[in-house]
Design a protein around this ligand. Structure first.
Ligand code: CFM
Length: 544
């Protein structure tokens, strides 16, 4: 077959690939990593299990980020009118400042603090004598300059080590300022296994300090919250464009292009649509328990997935007007998407991809590659909790790191809890293939014999590429250049390089075109490092 067509055919056996990935490790490391590398297989009524959410073995260069990154960068980073102050050395603030490419629209009020980088810039003397005074001054200074509605404080590693009481400082400043909501996050980088702990710490505080503060009834029909969409490269703008066209009102996005008031009003929506399950599923649960808002999993990455998610939302409200409108929008948007898909397919079909991102995209983006006729041969998460599928979460063991994260006990709100559908209506929906609180995860969607790898590292990434020779590798900035040096095109799925949006219908078109260009380009395979031709490098000292 390989000789009949001119296509590059790489033969690999997943068992051999797995053995090769582990071959160089000491026995103890190999044993642990073996549980985090899974050869996918179809099983009846059961998902194969993968080890995840465990500490990275020291010495391994992981792709993960830290807890502070998950809290300040991922969850609170995209919100525009809250002043985010990093309490810590300047490096943490600088490297968490706008590197994730969240976009925002300053809106009619023009309040947008995202371009600013706020930090207490801790020095030796603050580490020795404590940084609380400096933090207090920083909050005051930010308030005097900008008069924001809200100020958030984020702890970096040294703050936890020296024991600054940031929560008391925040509470006192809130009282002192009067018209500004101030709260803090104990999100020191070391607090958890990965970014994921930071998501949880952030979301808990948002739920405690913001959600439910504004009861005002917002205009519009079919009110939803979009949870776990962060507006990278404008994804959220495209999704909002589609919602608007369909007549769906988005009360709040957690947290792409969001505002303080959106969080405060989230409890007034009637449905929670969860995009990134990993980073926010527990907020959906809490909103249901406290206010009675049910949740469903959606995905707006991929044209077919977008259409499916819109239909689900319409089905939930069950109103003919909305159902018809959604169908009309899909019918209007799909032809262009299909035209571009078939245009690129002649070049992209049969090509292979690998995807290693944080928690959801390694699953969601397989949709887009499928639509281009491309196959994902290996994928994985940096920090999912197992496969992240709903059915495998309940039996997760509580480890020492999870104990660092506060578990909120949530009870129905005495006056505002209101089930959005009766038990009977919910049951009826569920009978018609409608699943609340449910997510299957990535493994069931991947082919047999593909490799699912948790917490992939630099060494294994290079090995995988070398052995399986994908046509494209998707990950982040830390991996970008080492992969390109191996001669393989590389697409960043965290920041999108400088592309996007890739969500929704317009996003799908962008993605097809971009991937078509990337997999069709041979430029990376022409590159040779100097030592590949001339392994012996020689030089002389200037004074010689
Ligand atoms: Fe969710 Fe995300 Fe992701 Fe994530 Fe992230 Fe991200 Fe990501 Mo980078 S919230 S888990 S912590 S979808 S920043 S927008 S791309 S690792 S796969």
């Amino acid at each position: 077959m390989a000789t009949a067509t001119k296509k590059k055919m790489v033969q690999w056996d997943p068992t051999d690939v797995k053995a090769e990935l582990l071959a160089k490790y000491p026995p103890k490391v190999a044993r642990k990593r073996a549980k985090q590398i899974l050869i996918n297989e179809a099983r009846e009524n059961e998902t194969p299990e993968i080890l995840a959410n465990v500490r990275t073995i020291p010495g391994i260069i992981t792709m993960r980020g830290c807890t502070y990154a998950g809290c300040k960068g991922v969850i609170m980073g995209p919100t525009r009118d809250i002043v985010n102050i990093t309490h810590g050395p300047i490096g943490c603030a600088f490297y968490s400042w706008l590197t994730r490419r969240n976009q925002t629209d300053a809106g009619p009020d023009g309040e947008n603090f995202m371009p600013y980088c706020f930090s207490t810039d801790m020095q030796d003397q603050d580490i020795i004598f404590g940084g609380e005074k400096k933090l207090r001054r920083a909050i005051r200074e930010a308030y005097d300059l900008f008069h924001p509605k809200s100020i958030a404080v984020f702890a970096t590693c040294p703050v936890g080590l020296i024991g600054d009481d940031i929560h008391t400082v925040a509470a006192q400043m809130k009282e002192e300022l009067g018209d500004c909501n101030v709260y803090a996050f104990s999100c020191e980088g070391y607090k958890g296994v990965s970014q994921s702990a930071g998501h949880h710490i952030a979301n808990n505080q948002v739920f405690k300090h913001l959600v439910g503060l504004n009861d005002e009834v917002k205009p519009g029909d079919y009110k939803i919250n979009l949870l776990g969409e962060y507006n990278i490269g404008g994804d959220g703008f495209e999704i909002d464009r589609i919602f608007k066209k369909c007549g769906i009102t988005n009360i709040s996005t957690f947290s792409g292009n969001s505002t303080y008031d959106q969080f405060c009003s989230a409890h007034t929506a009637d449905l929670n649509a969860v995009m990134c399950h990993r980073s926010i599923n527990y907020v959906a649960d809490m909103l249901e328990e406290k206010f009675g808002i049910p949740w469903i999993k959606v995905n707006f990455i991929g044209a077919a997935a977008t259409a499916k998610s819109l239909r689900r939302i319409a089905q939930f409200f069950g109103d003919k007007l909305l159902i018809d409108r959604v169908e009309a929008v899909i019918a209007e948007e799909l032809p262009e998407v299909e035209k571009v898909a078939s245009e690129v397919k002649s070049r992209t079909a049969g090509k292979t991809a690998m995807m290693f991102v944080g928690g959801s995209r390694a699953h969601h983006y397989q949709e887009l590659f499928n639509e281009m006729g491309m196959k994902t041969i290996s994928a994985g998460y940096e920090f999912a909790h197992r496969d992240e599928g709903r059915q495998v979460i309940p039996d997760l063991e509580l480890d020492a790191d999870s104990r660092n994260i506060e578990e909120l006990t949530v009870e129905p709100d005495p006056t505002r809890f209101k089930p959005r559908k009766s038990a009977k209506e919910m049951e009826k929906l569920e009978k018609s293939d409608f699943r609340f609180k449910h997510y299957d995860g990535l493994i069931p969607d991947m082919d047999n014999g593909t490799l699912v790898v948790d917490d992939l590292n630099q060494y294994e990434a290079e090995k995988l590429v070398e052995l399986m020779k994908p046509d494209i590798f998707c990950a982040g900035i830390k991996e970008k250049f080492s992969i390109q040096k191996l001669g393989i095109p590389m697409k960043q799925l965290h920041s999108y390089d400088s592309g996007g949006p890739y969500a929704g219908f317009a996003g799908a078109v962008n993605f097809y075109r971009e991937i078509d260009r990337l997999v069709g380009s041979k430029v990376w395979s022409y590159m040779k490092a100097p030592w590949q031709e001339n392994p012996q490098l020689s030089g002389t000292y200037v004074w010689e």
